[in-house]
Design a binder for this molecule. Structure first.
Ligand code: C5P
Length: 226
């Protein structure tokens, strides 16, 4: 008998993380950031000096790695992530990891291993899980499935304001739009578990909506399903 699961999928920069954290906090559920797991593996691959195209070596590495996710102290900061004992919370958010993660996430062995770990988190339910394939592959029986989208320009603007808030160097909007569109393309055209809206997911187009609007809509869906 497991507690409900809320699955939130969507392209890069649609606001999934912020909204998923809010929903989890509001409903007293655990927040699972699956993107952080793919990012941690990407960091480990880069750290190990393995080529990102060496699928065999990466399969071996991922089968032996230990990923720990801890809830963050406050709502505005991301989850704390450790891989093989290294705290990579900040390191997995660098442009270097971001630009290589899609190539790692496209590898079958990587996905099999991480999806299995994610499903362990889901055994007892009571989870808000966020990613690209949560409603389609990881938790196809989730009680609530949400597909969050926004236009590329809106997502680029949000990314830019995230950088500003964190005091990071500015990247121009045009470059951000290019990066986002490229990651969308890679994530939705890969062979294994491409980014897709599950047939039974509720799509929320978030252009012009703020975080509290989107959070309220998702909580509404959750309450309707109970
Ligand atoms: O959500 P975030 O931007 O942190 O995800 C980083 C990358 O990890 C995505 O661009 C995608 O390639 C991969 N990913 C995935 N499946 C998930 C979550 C993330 O393939 N469930």
């Amino acid at each position: 008998d497991r507690k409900p699961i809320i699955a939130i999928d969507g392209p890069a920069g649609a606001g999934k993380s912020t909204v998923a954290r809010q929903v989890a906090a509001n409903l007293g559920l655990i927040y699972l950031d699956t993107g952080a797991m793919y990012r941690a593996v990407t960091w480990l691959v880069q750290q190990s000096g393995i080529s990102i195209s060496d699928e065999c070596a990466i399969a071996e590495l991922v089968s032996q790695c230990v990923i720990e996710l801890a809830p963050s102290q406050n709502l505005s900061s991301p989850v704390q992530v450790c891989i093989n004992g290294h705290d990579v919370t900040q390191k997995i958010r660098t442009p270097d990891v971001t630009s290589n993660v899609s190539a790692i996430a496209a590898q079958t062995a990587v996905r099999l291993s991480l999806v299995k770990q994610q499903q362990v988190w889901g055994k007892k339910g009571g989870l808000v899980a966020e990613g690209r394939d949560i409603g389609t592959q990881v938790f196809p029986d989730a009680e609530v499935k949400i597909y969050l989208t926004a236009s590329v320009s809106e997502r680029a603007r949000r990314r830019q304001s995230d950088f500003t808030k964190q005091g990071l160097p500015q990247i121009n909007l045009e470059q951000l739009e290019k990066d986002i569109a490229e990651r969308d393309w890679k994530d939705s055209t890969r062979k294994v578990s491409p980014l897709r809206k599950a047939p039974d997911a509720v799509e929320i187009q978030t252009d012009g909506l703020d975080i509290s609007d989107v959070t309220a809509k998702i909580i509404d869906c959750y309450e309707q399903r109970l």
